[in-house]
Write a new protein. Structure first.
Length: 410
């Protein structure tokens, strides 16, 4: 079974990020229908509305993820998952901030700096610029190293050789870093504004290849529900997609991942360079964990943006579990999906909002039990909540649900 199998009944692909058979469960009993919620039931007050969007009052549920219908300054969106909603809310505030920068595409760095005055935003994403980084490209060694990485990269998102050594690409990454947002964002309005201002910075009237540096906003970068390590944020700022790929390939090879799986992973055009960097960074922190190729192979099959977001959230949670709860001995494939073997038994970490009792969940638990043998069962750690029915039915199958796993952080 593949990760695509779980989601062939709908577009909400990031519910479990696992492989399931969509056949009828061989378990007797009533399954739950997806409930609906009010926005106030599932979101904190600061996310219920903003000057940039409003939400429909009723929130649905698909594949254990909340479904938000959002009406924004840039059109209507359907967002699946509370984690992704948090990212989009922050990205919208950043987009609105950047749109206030007016002027021709050849605006100079001074014009950009003048326009980016402090204004109130959702979370005060930017404060007054305090300095200019200086030349983006520093020295011939840096140029040749970057160009070499670009020529040898297979990631569809890689910069071309020329783009990788000009100021626009680096200025975009540094601007995103200062805003506290993902330089490889999948939110088109933000991507367009980052490109516009980075191009103005690099190719303005001064003719200098310069970047933009700002005091960062709230801690972390908008790539997940919680903060991201400083080293990863800096790598996303300082390295091209090709350089991230070059370094990531080395990490995965050291982790024992096969060349074929590494090739498939970096060839996936759905996974962004940020998705890949987070997944690789999380696996690198699992120092003695075997079988990492099982997880990478599943991530390599991501077929939607939501799936890519799911896998990077899952990878971060796995690394956090290993750090705060206990070592991960190895990855195993159970019920068609990657799970963990730990000193405490079998663990599956799922970034989902609200787990209900469905045929898919029943099949996952039973298939995992079958693969485990007579001593089946384990723990499902989920970032959100679980219904009483799902909790009770899973307990009958030997599985314990641990809710609110988002507290693990990243």
């Amino acid at each position: 079974m593949t990760a695509i199998g779980l989601f062939r009944r709908g577009a909400a692909a990031a519910a479990f990020g696992v492989a399931l058979s969509i056949g009828s469960a061989s378990l007797a009993g009533d399954f739950e229908q997806p409930p609906s919620f009010s926005a106030a039931q599932v979101l904190p007050p600061n996310l219920l509305h903003s000057r940039y969007y409003r939400l429909d009052e009723r929130i649905g549920l698909e594949n254990s993820q909340y479904v938000f219908r959002m009406h924004t300054l840039w059109g209507s969106l359907v967002i699946r998952g509370g984690d992704l909603l948090r990212v989009r809310a922050r990205e919208m505030a950043a987009t609105a901030k950047l749109e206030r920068v007016s002027g021709p595409k050849t605006a100079t760095i001074s014009a950009v700096s003048t326009a980016l005055k402090p204004v109130e935003t959702a979370g005060d994403l930017i404060t007054t610029p305090i300095q200019t980084i200086g030349d983006t490209v520093r020295g011939a060694g840096r140029i040749f190293g970057t160009a070499n990485a670009a020529m040898n990269a297979h990631d569809p998102h890689r910069d071309g050789m020329i783009a990788s050594v000009t100021g626009a690409s680096a200025a975009r990454r540094k601007l995103a870093f200062g805003l506290g947002v993902d330089p490889n964002t999948s939110f088109p309005p933000l991507s367009m504004q980052l490109t516009r201002l980075a191009t103005a910075s690099a190719f303005g009237e001064t003719g200098a290849n310069v970047g933009l540096s700002f005091i960062t906003g709230p801690a972390g970068i908008a790539i997940g529900a919680t903060g991201t390590s400083d080293s990863l944020r800096e790598a996303l700022r300082d390295k091209t997609a090709a350089e991230l790929e070059r370094d990531g390939r080395q990490v995965l090879a050291r982790k024992g991942v096969s060349k074929a799986i590494i090739e498939a992973f970096y060839a996936n055009a759905i996974l962004t360079p940020t998705d890949k960097a987070i997944i690789v960074g999380a696996l690198e922190r699992l120092h003695r964990t075997r079988g990492c190729g099982i997880f990478v192979a599943s991530a390599a099959k991501a077929s939607t943006i939501k799936m890519g977001f799911f896998y990077r959230r899952q990878a971060a949670l796995i690394a956090a579990y290993a750090k705060r709860i206990g070592p991960v001995q190895r990855f195993v494939r159970l019920g068609g999906t990657p799970m963990l073997q730990t000193s405490k038994g079998t663990v599956s970490l799922l970034p989902v909002d609200y787990l209900i009792w469905t045929p898919q969940l029943a099949d996952l638990a039973m298939d995992a039990n079958r693969d485990l043998g007579v001593k089946g069962g384990g723990e499902f750690w989920i970032t959100g909540k679980v219904s009483p029915t799902a909790s009770a039915e899973l307990a009958e199958l030997g599985w314990t649900v641990v809710p609110n796993a988002a507290r693990l952080g990243n």
